[in-house]
Design a protein around this ligand. Structure first.
Ligand code: ADP
Ligand code: MG
Length: 249
C-alpha cells in the first residue's frame, strides 16, 4: 500500500475524457514523477488529489483515508501540500513575514495577514520561522521584500512556506517551468536537500527530463488521460512505448 492510492479515477470535461481509469500508487518517502505530453491529464489528476476537482469515478486515499468529498484546506490538513508553477508568495511582504503566515495558520487554524504586527512577543513562532528559513538557506534574506527575490529564491521561499506545515506529501506541478538552467539546478538541489532532511513523499509533474531523472525513484508515464507505464527511471529511459508515445520516436 502506498501513502497515496488512486484507483480507477476518471474525469470528463463535457465530452472530453481528461482522465480515464487512472491507477497510481505512491510509496511513502519516495519521489514519484508523473510525465507525459501536454494534455495527458497530469494537472487534472493533481487537481483531483487536492480537492480542486472531484473525479467522476474512482477513489483517492491518502494514508488510508479518502480525500474525496473533502475541501482543499481539509486535504491540506491531512498532510498534502502543493507547490504551484508560479510561486504563490506575498510579494509585498518580507521573506520572514511570508513564512510567519503559515506558521500562525498552522498553530491557530486561521489565516493572519497581520501576523507580523503582533510577532514581537511570539518567540516560539519566530524561532520556528527562522529555523525554516535557515533550512532553505534564506535566513540572511529574511528582511528582503519577496518581490525583490530571484526566481530561484521565490521558489525557495514558497517551499519554506509549504514545509513549515510539515506536509507528508508534497505535490509539485512543473516546479522548474520557465526557469533558467541555474535556477533549475538550484531547485533540484533544494528538493534533494528537503528529501534528505525529513521524512517526506514527493509527487512531481515535470517536463524537464533532467529534473525527472535527477530526482525520481519511480516514474509514471501518462498519455491521453491514463497511465501508460510505471517503472524505475532506468527502465523508463529504454522503454519502447515511452519513446514512441512521449519522446516522439
Ligand atoms: P497536462 O497537465 O498533462 O498537460 P491537463 O490535465 O491540463 O493536461 O489537461 C488534460 C485535458 O483536459 C486537456 O485536453 C485539457 O484541455 C483538458 N482540460 C483540463 N482542464 C480543463 C477544464 N477545466 N475544462 C475543460 N477542459 C479541461
Ligand atoms: Mg499541466
Amino acid at each position: 500500500m502506498g501513502i497515496l492510492e488512486v484507483n480507477g479515477v476518471g474525469k470528463n470535461f463535457g465530452g472530453l475524457k481528461a482522465l480515464s481509469n487512472v491507477n497510481l500508487s505512491v510509496k511513502e518517502n519516495t519521489v514519484h514523477a508523473i510525465i507525459g505530453p501536454n494534455g495527458a491529464g497530469k494537472s487534472t489528476l493533481l487537481n483531483c488529489l487536492v480537492g480542486k476537482l472531484i473525479p467522476d469515478t474512482g477513489t483517492v486515499t491518502f494514508a488510508g483515508q479518502s480525500v474525496l468529498g473533502r475541501k482543499p484546506h481539509q486535504i491540506n490538513q491531512m498532510g498534502i501540500s502543493r507547490v504551484f508553477q508560479t510561486p504563490e508568495i506575498f510579494t509585498h511582504l518580507t521573506v520572514m513575514e511570508n513564512v510567519l503566515i503559515p506558521c500562525f495558520a498552522r498553530r491557530d487554524g486561521s489565516f493572519r495577514m497581520h501576523a507580523f504586527e503582533t510577532v514581537a512577543n511570539e518567540h516560539d513562532i519566530v524561532e520556528q520561522a527562522e529555523a525554516m528559513l535557515k533550512d532553505v538557506k534564506m535566513l540572511d534574506k529574511r528582511h528582503m521584500l519577496a518581490a525583490n527575490l530571484s526566481r530561484g529564491d521565490k521558489r525557495r521561499l514558497e517551499m519554506a512556506m509549504c514545509l513549515v506545515q510539515e506536509p507528508k506529501l508534497l505535490l509539485l506541478d512543473e516546479p522548474t517551468a520557465g526557469m533558467a538552467r541555474a535556477d533549475t539546478n538550484n531547485t533540484i538541489d533544494l528538493l534533494k536537500e528537503i528529501k534528505a532532511s525529513r521524512p517526506i513523499t514527493m509527487a512531481i509533474i515535470e517536463h524537464d527530463m533532467h529534473v525527472v531523472f535527477s530526482l525520481a525513484e519511480r516514474i509514471t508515464v501518462m498519455a491521453q488521460g491514463t497511465p501508460l507505464v510505471e517503472d524505475t527511471p532506468d527502465n523508463i529511459k529504454g522503454h519502447p512505448k515511452v519513446r514512441e508515445a512521449y519522446l516522439g520516436e
